[in-house]
Design a protein around this ligand. Structure first.
Ligand code: TXA
Ligand code: MG
Length: 356
């Protein structure tokens, strides 16, 4: 395949910036598509060969199904065979946005997309170039995160280029993604909806906005929900892992976490290994007061301004893991955060830090 073409897209996307990629996608090509969560690897959902190539270029396990992205509800009857009653309420409350809903798959959707399951995941991205790409291509679009399987999801076009250059046709460069972690995956096929993958939309937000009680797959809350829990195949794979080992600095506040990091720094340095840190500027400031870095060892850091804040940390997590991994350190230490707003961040972080 010829070189991957990077196309810079304006804040308000122009038709001529998207058109070539849309035609290519429609005809079977693969396109890097920005969304509000992470960049996706987009392909025509109706072309089984393209779907197979998506799995191939990512190195994705065959049993991990893909999400179908739609521009609006008009395309829904082509994709699902049944629309559960609560769909409308959830759609009005959260779509377009970072909520993926699992429903029963229509016969028009190739089985390859769902890895053999009789369900299909559907989402309506809230990102202008993605919507335009889907509209202009005129087909439902599958898009897994645009990383090599097992690597952190791309939040910049350059991440995708680094992973997939020469293997895909286009990447639409729309700058940094707004949210930074993948969508919430909610199974709405059962009596009680179940969150299969935490994202920016939390169980609490769903309840607050719609009154719908959903069960959190990671923290079961609804009585008796367990027997309805279908597993999201993607969650069994180790994910989001850079080459360096990831460790979590735990603590109730910035001070405690900075002290934990200082201890980690001491022991890691004494073993002759190198460490990098991703945390807020406040936490890293406290850390640098607590450690003596005069042994000629540099401490690589990736910070965001101010105090530790879940939305900022979530936005930067994958970019930080990739950036610090490029520094070739042995260990990347990341600070723990607390609260409902930190659930997707902690989920991805725990998985990145899971033993190999
Ligand atoms: O934010 C996102 O969702 C991004 C952007 C590009 O839209 N996409 C994304 O796709 O994260 P991917 O393929 O990396 O993750 C899809 C997740 C996996 O955990 C997969 O197992 C789950 O959704 N999934 C897809 N179809 C499913 C189904 N029918 N039943 C259960 N889980 C499903
Ligand atoms: Mg992924």
């Amino acid at each position: 395949m010829p070189k991957t073409q990077l196309i810079t897209v304006s804040k308000v996307p122009l038709r001529n910036e998207i058109e070539l990629a849309a035609r290519c996608l429609k005809e079977g090509g693969l396109v890097g598509m920005p969304t509000e969560t992470v960049y996706g690897l987009a392909a025509n959902a109706y072309i089984p060969d393209s779907i197979r190539r998506v799995f191939e270029v990512k190195g994705r396990p065959q049993d991990n199904p893909l999400i179908v992205h739609l521009a609006n509800c008009e395309q829904l009857p082509d994709v699902v065979s049944q629309v559960p009653e609560i769909f409308d309420t959830l759609y009005r409350a959260f779509c377009p946005g970072p909520l993926t809903m699992i429903m029963m798959r229509s016969a028009k959707i190739p089985a390859e997309i769902s890895a053999g399951l009789d369900t299909v995941a559907v989402r309506f991205p809230d990102c202008a170039p993605a919507v335009m790409l889907i509209e202009l291509s005129g087909v439902p679009v599958v898009a897994p995160s645009g990383n090599l399987s097992g690597k952190p999801s791309p939040t910049l076009a350059s991440h995708m280029l680094g992973d997939l250059e020469g293997k895909i046709d286009y990447i639409l460069d729309y700058g940094a993604t707004e949210i930074g972690v993948e969508s919430t995956v909610l199974d709405i096929t059962g009596e009680i909806p179940v969150i299969l993958r935490p994202g920016a939309i939390t169980a609490e937000m769903i309840y607050q906005k719609t009154g719908i009680k959903v069960s959190d797959y990671t923290v079961p809350e609804v009585e008796g929900a367990a027997e309805f829990v279908p597993r999201s195949p993607g969650m069994k794979y180790r994910h989001y892992a850079p080459s360096a080992q990831v460790q979590i600095a735990r603590g109730a506040d910035s001070r405690e976490r900075a002290l934990a990091m200082a201890e980690m720094y001491k022991s890691i340095s004494s073993e002759g290994r190198t460490m990098a840190v991703f945390a807020s500027a406040e936490t890293v400031g406290l850390l640098t007061q607590a450690v003596v870095t005069d042994e000629g060892r540099e401490l690589s850091t990736y910070t965001y301004p101010g105090a530790s804040e879940p939305a900022r940390a979530t936005h930067d997590l994958f970019a930080a893991l990739r950036y610090l991994d490029n520094k070739k350190v042995d260990i990347i230490v990341v600070e723990e955060l607390h609260g409902d707003g930190a659930s997707a961040y902690m989920n991805r972080l725990e998985r990145a830090a899971a033993p190999r």
